[in-house]
Ligand binder design. Structure first.
Ligand code: NAI
Length: 329
């Protein structure tokens, strides 16, 4: 089976290469190009393609893939908000994803961001490098005995709940379903109550119509003054313009974002030599209490190995008509 691997980075080849040896039936070609309508015809003659979070797997792309004979779309990520699921079903293209490669990899980064913005670690690092040993601008708060509010308690949210408990925090959560594995130490509350009571709010629900811009000026105003907000899920859960208004209202002790609305086009690219036009990201970074990372939640050795294995197993299962629970379409 021939698999075309879009937007391949060196680390993809390093993680998929060795795992590929366990799947001799699969022949992988790696290309740098991102998957989008313009590049979809590169997959003509391939059985499958593999794509990531910034790909455009919309109706037009799927149509071109289908006409080129592609039968399987393998998302090497958990989220699939960039896939037109209905169109894939209509065309009979099987789409699979990697729902739970290493929840701790993302949850540990979420806590890392929370700590970094709380204690201004990015500032402290630069200050000491500049021989500035003053503490100005570095005062944080203890997490111990504070309240963590976790939005979405699936695999990653549950891992974040466990981490927050480890810090001695009271953990409250909001989800449309309660996760029974958390019942001993997590109290489920309404979203409004979570917003009002939490000192640290961490987002771990998927991006869907009803979660789009769930953090906006109205919900921000319900939060405590001095709250820390962390988003490692999907950028569009947060209305960035309204977040900026909230930051200007002094609502936040800190904001840590691994994902943000403008990230497509930036993610995993070196744009350091470019003049950015109208960049909301640049405006966010002008605030001393904001830290942004570039969608690196999944980027641990363990997670990459697991993503590679599940993705190639997904292709084998798809080809054999096996529904393995990772199906999107
Ligand atoms: P999951 O499917 O295990 O959990 C998602 C949870 O969100 C479920 O418990 C679900 O009931 C809940 N949920 C659904 N609708 C909701 C709503 N309206 N309000 C509150 N909760 C709601 O997913 P998992 O693996 O925990 O991943 C969560 C998200 O993390 C993914 O959707 C993905 O966007 C993001 N992610 C980010 C990564 C990164 O590198 N930064 C890597 C992997 C995932």
């Amino acid at each position: 089976m021939k698999l075309l691997f879009y937007a391949a980075k060196i680390y993809d080849k390093k993680s998929f290469g060795p795992v590929n040896e366990n799947y001799p039936e699969i022949e992988i070609d790696y290309i740098d190009h991102e998957l989008e309508p313009r590049t979809a015809s590169l997959a003509n003659g391939y059985d499958a393609i593999c794509a990531f979070v910034s790909a455009n797997v919309g109706a037009e792309t799927l149509q071109i893939l289908h006409e080129g004979g592609v039968k399987y779309v393998l998302m090497r990520c958990a989220g699939f908000n960039n896939v037109d699921v209905e169109k894939a079903k209509e065309l009979g293209i099987i789409v699979k994803r990697v729902p739970g490669y290493s929840p701790e990899s993302v949850a540990e980064l979420a806590m890392g961001l929370a700590l970094a913005v709380n204690r201004r670690l990015y500032k402290a690092y630069n200050k000491v490098r500049e021989n500035d040993y003053t503490l100005k601008g570095l005062r944080g708060v203890n997490f111990y005995q504070k309240t963590a509010g976790i939005v979405g308690t699936g695999k990653i949210g549950a891992a974040m709940c466990r981490i927050c408990r480890g810090f001695g925090m009271k953990v409250i959560a909001y989800d449309v379903y309660e996760n029974p594995s958390l019942k001993d130490f997590v109290e489920y509350v309404s979203l409004d109550e979570l917003l009002e009571k939490s000192d640290l709010i961490s987002l771990h629900c998927p991006l869907m119509d009803n979660t789009y811009h769930m953090i906006n000026l109205e919900t921000i105003k319900k939060m405590k003054d001095g709250v820390i907000l962390v988003n490692t899920s999907r950028g569009a859960l947060v209305d960035t313009d309204q977040l900026i208004e909230g930051i200007r209202l002094n609502k936040f002790l800190g904001v840590g974002l691994d994902v943000y609305e403008e990230e497509t086009g930036n993610v995993y690219e070196d744009r350091s030599d470019e003049i950015m036009k109208n960049s909301v990201t640049a405006r966010l970074l002008s605030f001393p209490n904001v830290m942004i990372t570039s969608h690196q939640g999944f980027y641990t050795k363990e997670a990459l190995a697991s993503i590679a294995d599940t993705t190639l197993q997904n292709l084998m299962d798809a080809a054999n008509g096996v529904h393995n629970g990772n199906d999107i379409a």
